[in-house]
Ligand binder design. Structure first.
Ligand code: AP5
Ligand code: ZN
Length: 206
């Protein structure tokens, strides 16, 4: 099964990805997590994208498309995968379509902007695993540390209110048009892709 999770920053893509990957036994491909790992490791890619990411802008389509192509060619993707944070622009979606990868489901998670600001301001992450918590909505068992490893949780550099607002503006401008793109693709019958919109509010497990 090949799935795209679409949604604004903080809509809960990473949170829902954890449920879906366990249930369907497919890997999560988060371009954001991959880029953050490159920044942390100080690779050439990491140095190139660090400032763009902390300012809330988007990394260039060329870089992202190359990164994703390389990742989905790996063995663990043979039975499917879950995209979290890709595609994010029309050119990325077109490149994916042209590469002949059939997507079964596009799921849009819908959350309004003010809710997003409160979610992202309270988010804490375990860097090594990508596990996501929230100080109020989804607190770890012990304050400030990851449930499984016991390692400290951190706040992402792009989770400052001003940067959150910038990311939301970029989302409405560059990513939201993908909703139309996939609705039309789904209706056209040209691909097997099914599109669904789910409200991203309420209990995380629902
Ligand atoms: P990326 O890592 O993809 O960030 P994002 O899209 O901004 O999304 P987030 O990770 O912030 O949110 P999420 O939807 O995963 O929410 P989460 O589950 O954590 O990208 C980062 C940057 O990398 C981009 O800005 C860009 O620079 C670059 N990049 C990445 N991909 C790119 C691409 N394809 N092209 C170009 N550039 C790219 O949840 C958020 C919080 O809410 C958590 O605290 C969680 O506990 C809480 N929460 C979740 N669900 C609920 C609920 N139901 N109720 C209450 N709280 C909840
Ligand atoms: Zn995420």
């Amino acid at each position: 099964m090949r799935v795209i999770l679409l949604g604004a920053p903080g809509a809960g893509k990473g949170t829902q990805a954890q449920f879906i990957m366990e249930q369907y036994n497919i890997p999560q491909i988060s371009t954001g997590d991959m880029l953050r790992a490159a920044v942390k490791a100080g690779t050439e890619l990491g140095l190139k994208v660090k400032d763009i990411m902390s300012s809330g802008g988007l990394v260039s389509d060329d870089i992202i498309i190359a990164l994703v192509k390389e990742r989905i060619a790996q063995d663990d993707c043979a039975n499917g995968f879950l995209f979290d944070g890709f595609p994010r622009t029309i050119p990325q979606a077109e490149a994916l379509l042209e590469s002949g990868v059939d997507i079964d489901h596009v799921i849009e998670i819908d959350v309004d902007d003010e809710e997003i600001v409160s979610r992202l301001s309270g988010r804490r992450v375990h860097e090594a695993s990508g596990r996501v918590y929230h100080v109020v909505y989804n607190p770890p068992k012990n304050e400030g540390v990851d449930d499984e490893s016991g390692e400290p949780l951190v706040q992402r550099p792009d989770d400052q209110e001003e940067t959150i607002r910038k990311r939301l503006a970029v989302y409405h401008d560059q990513t939201k048009p993908l909703v139309n793109f996939y609705q039309e693709l789904s209706a056209s019958g040209k691909a097997e892709t099914k599109y669904a919109n789910v409200p991203g509010v309420g209990n995380m497990e629902d």
